[in-house]
Design a protein around this ligand. Structure first.
Ligand SMILES: C[S@@+](CC[C@H](N)C(=O)[O-])C[C@H]1O[C@@H](n2cnc3c(N)ncnc32)[C@H](O)[C@@H]1O
Length: 209
């Protein structure tokens, strides 16, 4: 699948009322519940970064547990929908940007990136985005990653899915917890991983699992 096709798919997805069905699908609800649980591994969060939030269903769940959230999405339509849905929150900053280019001097104590990196063109782009995310994570900060499995995304024509990206994160972060969410449907099968950034560069990351 070419990147252009990926973004056409995104436009189509964002045009419907419940994109990626987080409000009506029990698999998605369980995935979000688990993401929230591991995002709160250190209790409430001072400043979170959420990348690729679609219609913001997860942002709404995370917002009450954060002093500030910065949310970044490449699609202006996603930002507009999310802004409408979360008007009541004043501590959310919305940014339209590609995660490959997003940069800030701020350090986040939580980063959430779920079902996003597979949109990138190839593994080199995924690696560059991962290095960018790791550079914005504070020492001891938590990163929550979620994705369908390599086999699922490769079947759909993407470069890679969960296992490949988890191995790339493990180059610089320590894997703390890994969860498997699945149903009988072959398309509902994803891994969620909680990583932590070592507080000192001498700490070793877990390679593989
Ligand atoms: C399938 S939705 C995932 C939503 C949510 N994180 C979840 O787990 O359900 C993917 C989102 O990632 C965004 N996205 C795709 N490529 C991106 C990129 N390069 N930079 C930032 N956001 C991107 C899309 O616009 C879309 O809103």
């Amino acid at each position: 699948m070419t990147p252009d096709n990926n973004y056409q798919l995104l436009e189509r997805g964002l045009a419907v009322d419940d994109p990626w069905r987080p409000d009506s699908n029990s698999f998605e609800q369980e995935r979000y519940a688990q993401m929230l649980r591991i995002s709160r591994c250190n209790g409430d969060v001072a400043h979170a970064l959420e990348v690729g939030f679609a219609a913001d269903a997860f942002t709404e769940m995370l917002a009450p547990h954060c002093q500030r959230i910065t949310v970044v999405d490449v699609m202006p339509q996603a930002i507009e929908r999310a802004r409408q849905r979360t008007k009541r929150w004043s501590h959310i900053a919305w940014i339209t940007c590609d995660i490959k280019r997003f940069s800030t001097a701020e350090q986040f104590d939580l980063i959430v990136v779920a079902e996003v990196l597979y949109y990138l063109k190839n593994i080199a782009e995924m690696h560059a985005a991962i290095r960018n995310l790791v550079s914005m994570l504070a020492p001891n900060g938590a990163l929550v990653f979620g994705s369908a499995r390599d086999a699922t995304y490769q079947r759909w024509g993407h470069a890679a899915g969960a296992e490949t990206v988890i191995a790339l994160f493990n180059e610089s972060l320590s894997e703390v917890e890994r969860l498997h969410c699945q149903t009988e449907s072959v398309n509902e099968d994803c891994l969620l991983v909680l990583f932590r950034k070592p507080s000192h560069s001498s700490e070793q990351s877990n390679v593989g699992h």
